[in-house]
Unconditional design. Structure first.
Length: 374
């Protein structure tokens, strides 16, 4: 998996195309509270006209930023030129940003001329961390890469229950964004309520549960349902009903839409032809399943990320996750906590070079495999 950070820049491809690196540098400057200017032509005190990639206007003065998107390391000549331009226009400082690093001489000259050198990874990391909500909680890593590979090895397929068919290869550690959600559910027909804490992915928007010793996405078969279809499904789940009684209540058109969506998701099965009797399969998690991860995700909380893990950006807002939970499960969400949990992505490679991807938790002393849609 690749990490996305600012202006469509993707880490993992050092040869960024077009002006993507300049876009990233501009966002980095704005996150620091600076006023930014792009691709300026400024005449210096000497009378020479200089082209500047990014100019930062800070409270202490101007900073000239030279952005180099090259496949080779930046040399000392670039550093000297940037320092000269900054001095000529009266700037207080100079920065050179490189997508591919710097030569040893460039580093020596930069130190002597007081030019700051920044790499693509450094800029990306600062932008990613600055983009995290201020109240985000990180879960500390409890296992290292070797322990993660060992855990994934137990998932490898075997021949004759002994010889492993697959070899685990570590790809990355990633902080996956989650929502720790508190919701209130009505229990039974009487007005009795139960407060439940659950966890949902901020990428897929689906609740997560612990089943058969592994973390799974719950309700993934319902991810394409509209809110009204979700509510109808929650009413019919686990029941054998006739088309006639449902149509009498919701109308022919809504029934056709529901039947089509449920059939495509494998959630409905015909029991007879005429009159049409169907069974609506129940995939709704129990309250115990919903609560199964709540205690685990807050067992090792921190306010800062551990080193060596990238950040996955959230794609689904907490409001959207809450609406999905309320429509499908009938609960009333009243609290969200945004958190990042470390997972290890591991490739299980078979002898014919084919492979499959597995994930294991990184914040638990005893890692658990995860089969959730990242």
């Amino acid at each position: 998996m690749q990490y996305t950070g600012g202006a469509g820049v993707t880490r993992g491809d050092p040869r960024l195309k077009g002006r993507a690196l300049e876009d990233l540098v501009e966002k980095w400057g704005q996150l620091k509270g600076y006023v930014t200017y792009r691709n300026l032509r400024v005449r210096g005190r000497s009378g020479a006209l200089h082209e500047i990639d990014v100019l930062l206007d800070t409270n202490e003065g101007l900073i000239v930023v030279e952005v180099k998107n090259l496949s080779k390391k930046v040399d000392k000549e670039t550093v000297i030129k940037t320092a000269t331009v900054a001095q000529d226009i009266g700037a207080r400082g100079a920065i050179v940003v490189s997508a591919s690093g710097f030569t040893r001489d460039a580093e020596r000259v930069a130190k002597a001329l007081k030019v700051e050198l920044l790499s693509l990874d450094s800029i990306l990391e600062q932008v990613e961390i600055a983009s995290i909500p201020g109240d985000a909680i990180f879960l500390e890593k409890a296992i290292d890469e070797k322990e993660a590979i060992k855990a994934a090895s137990r998932l490898a397929s075997r021949k004759l229950f002994f010889f492993k068919r697959e070899k685990p290869v570590l790809e990355e550690c990633i902080y996956h964004p989650l929502y720790y959600i508190s919701a209130r559910f009505m229990i039974g027909s009487e007005p009795r309520y139960r407060d439940v804490n659950l966890v949902a992915s901020a990428v897929s928007g689906l609740p997560l549960v612990l089943r058969r010793g592994r973390i799974e996405s719950s309700l993934d078969q319902l991810s394409g349902f509209s809110p009204d279809m979700l509510r109808l499904y929650s009413e019919l789940a686990g029941k054998v009903v006739s088309k006639a009684e449902v149509v009498a209540r919701i109308g022919e058109s809504r029934w056709r839409r529901f039947y089509s969506m449920a059939k495509a998701s494998g959630l409905i099965e015909s029991r007879s032809r005429r009159p049409l009797i169907v069974e609506v399969k129940n995939v709704l998690p129990s309250m115990t399943e919903l609560e199964s991860l709540a205690d685990m995700v807050l067992s090792r909380s921190s306010r800062a990320p551990s080193r060596g893990c990238g950040l996955e950006e959230p794609r689904v807002s907490p409001g959207s996750v809450g609406s999905f939970i309320e429509a499908s499960l009938g609960g009333s969400v009243y609290k969200y906590v945004f958190l990042y949990a470390p997972f290890y992505r591991i490739r299980l490679v078979s002898r014919d070079s084919s492979y499959r991807i597995v994930w294991v938790t990184g914040w638990l002393d005893k890692p658990i495999p995860a089969v959730i849609p990242f």
